[in-house]
Design a protein around this ligand. Structure first.
Ligand code: SF4
Length: 384
């Protein structure tokens, strides 16, 4: 089936369905019933309404990875982007299949770090700082208590499986925006007094989390792939990879100012993938789940601007008609890759599953399973 989709339209604002859209929704409902408990559909908060209405669970990448890990379903259809489906495949058993409805749904931030660039940065940073590589530890992941200082790799969930494998093999860990503070504390416990963390690919999440933990900016240099660090690495605590989210980097201090001029008593909550200047002038920042809880707990009549992906903002506005909720950037598009999961693609993969075919399966190779599973399990074992 060939489906042509607009990259940026406003159908997320339109709650009514055309007859064609209704027919697709009805067929998906029938197919889900036919597959029963063999099927679990996961929907990220950034998916459009016509997708999340079919999801068994809606959440952020952390919550959905836990759901995948706990599931016995034969087929896990992941309505999100490629790295999320990879993580689900790593965390599930060999007899479970993880399916991404559109294989082109990637993440531009995840693409900003690749294994050759990270390996080359790793060697250069170790050479310049004289820090130790935890790969040589007998029990990677344990606190060494050997008086040495280490470089600990931490990758954001938004990264490919081979980078998670690299992190796992080098005594490191995966984080999400829900748990970044706890994960960085875990890493510092293992780095030793003069050790450091290499954090990739999102510089903003790393910087905002570091600042919230009291680490000054001069101890957080930025590493530009193929070029190197923007300053000397001596004394660095977090070395930030020069990656970013093209959706969240659009939220600015000026937008916060304009909203506050309109609503002097209004509140602003943003995602920590936003630039630090925007986070600093906002009232609160946190993961998509944090933002959802924040808005739900505001009293009736509150006015709030949200700095995150528009599908989630529109859904929160629909669910809370007693509050004034708007997107901090009124011209923002949805995440163009999350938007590639169209209901017609979901219907198509379910049709094939019913017919006995397994389409669009995401399979993480055995070579990278072990390290990436280690890095993900370390993350899941940390109490939040
Ligand atoms: S919102 Fe940003 S980080 Fe999330 S999938 Fe889209 S591009 Fe990637």
């Amino acid at each position: 089936m060939t489906i042509t989709l607009p990259m940026c339209s406003i159908d997320f604002m339109d709650t009514s369905m055309s007859p064609e859209e209704q027919a697709i929704a009805d067929r998906i409902t029938e197919l889900r019933q036919e597959l029963g408990s063999r099927l679990m559909i996961l929907g990220h908060h950034y998916q459009r309404d016509s997708i999340v209405m079919h999801a068994d669970f809606i959440g952020d990448s952390f919550m959905l990875s836990q759901k995948a890990a706990d599931s016995d379903a034969e087929f896990i259809v992941f309505c999100g982007v490629h790295f999320m489906a990879e993580s689900a495949d790593i965390l599930t058993d060999d007899d479970q299949s993880v399916i991404l409805p559109n294989l082109r749904a990637g993440c531009s931030m995840a693409d900003m770090a690749n294994l050759p660039d990270v390996e080359s940065a790793w060697s250069e940073i170790l050479a310049e700082t004289g820090l130790n590589d935890p790969i040589n530890r007998q029990s990677p992941g344990d606190i060494p208590n050997d008086g040495k200082s280490y470089l600990i790799p931490v990758t954001y969930m938004n990264s490919s499986a081979d980078l998670k494998d690299f992190v796992g093999r080098h005594g490191g860990i995966v984080c999400t925006s829900s748990n970044a503070t706890g994960i960085l504390s875990w890493a510092f416990d293992r780095a030793g007094a003069d050790g450091a963390v290499l954090f990739f690919p999102d510089q903003h999440l790393g910087r905002n989390t570091g600042l919230s933990m009291g680490i000054s900016e001069d101890k957080m240099p930025t590493w530009v792939p193929k070029i190197g660090s923007d300053r000397a690495l001596t004394g660095a605590k977090i070395i930030l990879w020069h990656g970013f989210c093209s959706v969240h980097k659009r939220f600015t201090v000026e937008q916060v100012k304009l909203f506050r001029e309109k609503y002097p008593d209004g509140l602003v909550v943003v995602h920590p993938e936003c630039p630090k200047e925007t986070v600093e002038v906002s009232d609160a920042n946190g993961s998509t789940q944090f933002i959802k809880n924040y808005v739900e707990n505001l009293p009736s009549g509150s006015k709030v601007a949200i700095g995150t992906e528009i599908n989630m903002v529109a859904r929160l506005a629909d669910s809370h008609p007693d509050k004034h909720i708007e997107c901090l950037d009124d011209k923002i598009c949805p995440c163009s890759t999350m938007y590639m999961i169209h209901p017609a693609y979901l219907m198509d993969v379910l049709e094939k599953l019913v017919d006995g075919e397994i389409p669009n399966q995401i399979i993480v190779s055995k070579e990278v399973q072990e390290g990436s599973l280690l890095a993900l399990e370390r993350m899941l074992s940390i109490k939040q």
